[in-house]
Unconditional design. Structure first.
Length: 220
């Protein structure tokens, strides 16, 4: 341990990953209004009037995200980053670990997102709400033109307050997949990687689960 680290520990500092902090960018009035609405949606879900799906896009490729892992002393695990195509996913995820997932090797644009949501509508069993962020593809004119049509099918769209990714539970799912459930040996080659990712997608809610607390307060 160097001298600088020694004294930082004495001053009660600890070594942690530096996190992005978006609160200064939030509009406080918008944030509070949206939180009240989101709490209302959670109450409606508990009463059985709607089912909430947290929706978002994410990309997966052979550039690994694994920051730590158990390694044999003197025999470290080394992952060689590799340029590759990506598996781009659009997911709709519930608090009880139900996942509807759509994948493409194309970048997810507004038209693809619309097509995926159209398909999701056809499989819905009850009135539902999609909670999404404010990405440009979610605010395109084509996307907004579909909202009334989706509502007529029982699917409602709720936009989160801006700069509030912590309120979208599917962000936790993406993080779990990239940092925990995908292992070092899954990055051996594209076939191994794609097979492992597909296995995870197919087994979310069974082998792979996230225990979400009922309270929203921890994320507010």
């Amino acid at each position: 341990m160097d001298v600088d680290s020694f004294y930082k520990k004495k001053l009660n500092y600890s070594w942690h990953r530096i996190r992005k902090y978006l609160k200064p960018k939030q509009d406080p009035e918008e944030y509070q209004a949206k939180i009240i609405q989101l709490c209302g949606l959670l109450w409606l879900e508990k009463q059985g009037f709607t089912k909430i799906y947290y929706a978002d896009e994410s990309g997966f490729n052979l550039t690994p995200y694994i920051p730590y892992g158990w390694q044999e002393k003197g025999n470290p695990i080394c992952i060689v980053p590799s340029k590759s195509k990506s598996i781009n996913a659009f997911g709709l995820f519930t608090r009880d670990n139900e996942l509807a997932i759509y994948t493409s090797e194309q970048n997810i644009n507004g038209d693809l997102a619309i097509a995926f949501i159209d398909d999701f509508c056809r499989s819905m069993k009850q009135p539902s709400t999609i909670v999404i962020d404010n990405a440009p593809i979610h605010h395109s004119s084509n996307f907004k033109d579909k909202i009334q049509e989706w509502e007529e099918q029982g699917l409602y769209v709720f936009y989160l307050p801006r700069y509030s990714p912590h309120l979208n539970l599917i962000e936790t799912l993406w993080r779990k997949i990239k940092y925990e459930w995908l292992k070092a040996h899954h990055y051996l080659n594209w076939h191994t990687f794609a097979t492992a990712l597909n296995y995870i997608f197919c087994n979310i809610g069974n082998e792979f689960t996230i225990n979400f607390k009922d309270q929203l307060a921890e994320n507010i």
